[in-house]
Design a binder for this molecule. Structure first.
Ligand SMILES: Cc1cc2nc3c(=O)[nH]c(=O)nc-3n(C[C@H](O)[C@H](O)[C@H](O)COP(=O)(O)OP(=O)(O)OC[C@H]3O[C@@H](n4cnc5c(N)ncnc54)[C@H](O)[C@@H]3O)c2cc1C
Length: 551
């Protein structure tokens, strides 16, 4: 472009996707302006779970500990528990560790949970505040709160983004090399590009399939009234008020979500009626202070037909909408940003080729379809459970019905909330920037993850003898792991220097590492995905060219 640019990238939207992308770009010295129409951060707690893979990315970026310190107190258990009503029968429980225990526990785990981090159950409001601080700390990132994108154009040589202040007081046209729409489910950027979602938008279920109503409330007495051990997430199963409720700060804040009747509108519900809904779930009166209310749709399994048009790309809810069972929407949004961040930076810096950006849609659209499908399965499992008439009766028939429900929800809780296969097992097989070695990956399964260095998947994790995670030893961009004394890394060094591809070479003599990785040499991408593995560096230049998106 001959015209002077305002920045390299304009990001529209300052939710988890836009903020993570800003951090990925900022850490690489790429200049970006992030437009966020809200002047104050969202105060409504929507997402409640940061999955383990997202925590590993936060660790890579250096702020996993800040996130783990947020939300519930360090010793608060993160159980998921099911009740008829909150003060009545407990039906099922999946006990999970507190944040403090999770830190130590992960160092002892193996198999499906060979990982640097366990999940962290924390409200999105807390995570977003860490992400905002991290993005603001990057000197090349400019966060513009209260600025709305009003029009966006690809000029083929760059992009133009019209923006105006919320109060209409100021207008600007920003010029950049690329623009990213991370502007949520109603994405004005996606609409401007004429891209539609495909999939299912109106699944109907007894629960988690319809219009949902959410109340964010304060109660200093709730824990005193609940006769059961503390949990992070509380579900009710009964005929007239099915709910899920998440503990927000472990002291006095909670969010409760229930489904509206067909045709019922959230705006018609008075605060008194909202409190009555809560009382039905509790089976006892307890006054609460309503902090906020919100409505949302359960029943989406939607993925956009395209993630990119020319120099404008899309990520997060702008390209996939979930039913939030499984807690995958925000986590998938963050992984979009992780995938896109290094690629965009590489192309802007000149060492990334055209195929690198094209691979974003190829890799992430397949994951979006996979993850939304898993989430739908969880919604069916919880939402289609039929509650028999005698369910709450104080009778042998009632007891038997509750036992059946208990068995179902004990199984369901582990199905929905123990998902190492989903979080670690996402793969980019068939991507043009992955060099296959002809081996087949293990089958995809939500609840089991089999560590494998078969190119296209997450680099298998291991703890090093000095107590560090292997991931702490990797470079920030490409890393070549040298796993045997005889491995010759010189051709990779030479090729990387010639191609100007940033490459760290990390020798690894840890017992078991060679077997885990199945080769002497392994090329790991900046997003910790195995790009190639082999026993000889005979075609180092070819491998690097391919992984960096060059013909
Ligand atoms: C009840 C509920 C529970 C959930 N639980 C989970 C969970 O446990 N785990 C999970 O992973 N996900 C969960 N989710 C989903 C999660 O909240 C979203 O997937 C996530 O917020 C998506 O992030 P995003 O950055 O793509 O979009 P958003 O968070 O929607 O951010 C988009 C931003 O773009 C801004 N914007 C829009 N238009 C413009 C414009 N023209 N100009 C400037 N700015 C603009 C918006 O103001 C907004 O801040 C849940 C959702 C709900 C409703």
């Amino acid at each position: 472009m001959s015209e002077k640019l305002d920045c390299d990238v304009v990001i529209v939207g300052g939710g988890p996707c836009g903020l993570t992308l800003a951090i990925e770009l900022g850490r690489r010295g790429i200049s970006a302006i992030l437009l966020e129409e809200r002047t104050t951060p969202s105060q409504f707690p929507s997402a409640n779970a940061t999955q383990a893979r997202t925590m590993e990315h936060y660790r890579r970026l250096g702020f996993a500990e800040k996130v783990r310190a947020e939300g519930l107190p360090p010793d608060y258990p993160t159980d998921i528990a099911y009740f008829t009503r909150y003060t009545k029968h407990e039906l099922a429980r999946f006990s999970l560790p507190s944040a403090r225990a999770a830190r130590e526990l992960i160092k002892t785990m193996s198999g499906s949970w060979s990982a640097a981090e366990l999940p962290h159950r924390v409200s999105q409001i807390f995570v977003e505040s860490v992400l905002r601080d991290e993005a603001a700390a990057c000197p090349t990132i400019s966060l513009r709160a209260g600025w709305r994108m009003t029009a966006i154009r690809d000029t083929s040589k760059g992009v133009e983004v019209d923006a105006e202040r919320n109060d209409g007081g100021e207008r600007k046209t920003l010029r950049a090399s690329y623009a990213i729409g991370a502007d949520g489910g109603s994405s004005p950027t996606r609409k401007a590009l004429g891209i539609n979602y495909a999939g299912e938008s109106g699944a109907v279920r007894d629960f988690m399939g319809g219009r949902m109503f959410a109340i964010h409330f304060r109660s200093t007495q709730l824990y005193d009234v609940l006769p059961h051990p503390r949990a992070w997430m509380y579900w009710t199963i009964n005929h007239d008020r099915r709910c899920f409720m998440a503990a927000v700060n472990g002291r006095d804040q909670f969010t409760i979500h229930t489904q509206l009747s067909p045709g019922q509108q959230a705006r018609d519900i008075s605060d008194a009626q909202a409190k009555a809904m809560f009382h039905e779930a509790m089976a006892t009166p307890l006054d609460i202070e309503i902090i906020g209310r919100s409505a949302w749709n359960a029943g989406y399994t939607l993925v956009a037909e395209k993630f990119q048009r020319g120099r404008i790309l899309l990520g997060g809810d702008a390209v996939h909408l979930f039913t939030p069972t499984g807690g995958l929407g925000y986590n998938t949004a963050v992984e979009d940003a992780v995938n896109l961040g290094w690629k965009l930076a590489a192309v802007i810096k000149g060492w990334g080729g055209a195929a690198l950006l094209d691979s974003y849609e190829i890799e992430r659209q397949a994951i979006a379809k996979r993850n939304t499908t898993y989430a739908r399965g969880f919604a069916d499992s919880v939402g289609l459970f039929a509650v028999p008439p005698e369910f709450e009766e104080d009778s042998p028939a009632g007891e038997a019905a509750r036992k059946v429900a208990g068995d179902h929800f004990n199984h369901h809780a582990r199905f929905e909330f123990n998902i190492p296969g989903i979080t670690f097992g996402g793969r980019y097989d068939g991507s043009p920037v992955i060099v296959s070695d002809g081996t087949a990956p293990p089958p995809d399964s939500p609840n089991a993850y089999v560590p494998t260095a078969c190119p296209g998947g997450r680099a298998p994790h291991l703890w090093l003898a000095d107590g560090r995670s292997l991931y702490d030893a990797l470079g920030f961009e490409f890393t070549l792991l040298a796993l045997g004394k005889s491995a010759d890394t010189a051709p990779f060094r030479a090729a990387a220097d010639t191609l100007k591809i940033p490459l760290s070479i990390v020798p690894l003599e840890e017992p078991g590492a060679r077997d885990l990785y199945g080769a002497e040499l392994v090329l790991i991408r900046p997003d910790q995905i195995v790009a190639w593995r082999g026993n000889a560096a005979t075609d180092a230049a070819g491998v690097l060219r391919r992984a960096a998106g060059h013909p």
